[in-house]
Design a protein around this ligand. Sequence first.
Ligand code: EPS
Length: 389
Amino acid sequence: MRYLTAGESHGKQQTTIVEGLPAGMPITKDDINDSLLRRQKGHGRGKRMQIEKDLVDIVGGIRHGYTLGSPIALVVHNDDFKHWIDVMGEDPLSEDQDIRRVVTRPRPGHADLNGALKYGHRDMRNILERSSARETTARVAAGAVAKTLLKNLDIKIVGYVNEIAGIKAEENLELSIEDKIRISEESPPVRCLNEEAGKQMMDAIDKAKKDGDSIGGICEVTIEGLPAGIGSFVHYDRKLDGRIAGAVQSINAFKGVEFGIGFEAARKNGSQVHDEILWSEERGYYRRTNRLGGFEGGMTTGMPVIVKGVMKPIPTLYKPLQSVDIESKEPFNASIERSDSCAVPAAAVVMEHVVAFEIATAILEQFPNDQFSKLKNAMDQYREEIRCF
Ligand code: EPS
């Protein structure tokens, strides 16, 4: 399975094409809209999210609530486009028209300057329109299709926030994945599993907004219901943890990825890092602990997959940082653009969806993938085989 996205932040629409789904999988508009609306929420989101109501238009690949096996084409309209028609329209400008809202002042931390140097654009709007995190709408749409496949195969996935601006939610090992899904959806609206920490995170976001600054944090995704042996050790590009790491790192503003205890492993002995193997009639093979976050040798272990991703503060600041105008070469303090003081809660939803996509892709590589019923039977059979192995 693969996907492509297209669209500019203030252009007409976000477009997603997902190819490689089996035929006959149940899916509705609601499966995708639920995900899109979750991405829009969160304390600290800016004014753009008040303009948009992200709803999907399915324009290919689904008929009467089932996949056809053909590419699935999804459109989310940018409601803001109506304010930008003169700036973002596709027709050539006439002789008496000037290009509008030209950007010549690159924002530190954004793609603006490097993108302009690479593509030769003297109007950096040509960079920022596509590098904007608005594109994560299209990625979530693709991930929602993948999540629907996982749901139909009894695999659950959830993304939530562990940390914002140094405020950490204490880990609660008692929580089931159903608890995590429910609590992260409840208030306070920062997708944190600990209420007290969530309130402190909201205060930190309010303070950052007041100061004209932005703050980052750490998101975590948990997946349950995956059998052992998804992914492969035989070649670097088939290692599923590697693919997930690449997908998470490619989310706007993400700077690093960890599985399980992650970087802590560097500070511990081997006996404190690896997960001892146990066996029972009911469960088959399982582990005493899950320090490696559900992966060994690029393959799932059958334990929950636990992935963390770190998001830097959004670089579009009301508090100016120094930069250089590319036309005058004069220094200036970066211009003020509308922004989010914190998008970590929304990023947790994006991360959940990009992880879902990688896992669904690996499943479709491993099992028959033309017909959904055959895929489901093959997976059920594999689950039984490894339980009795
Ligand atoms: C976003 C849409 C953007 C930003 C934000 C995410 O809309 P606009 O550029 O019109 O304000 O709100 O993206 C950034 C802050 C960024 O730096 O990329 C969205 O749909 O999530």
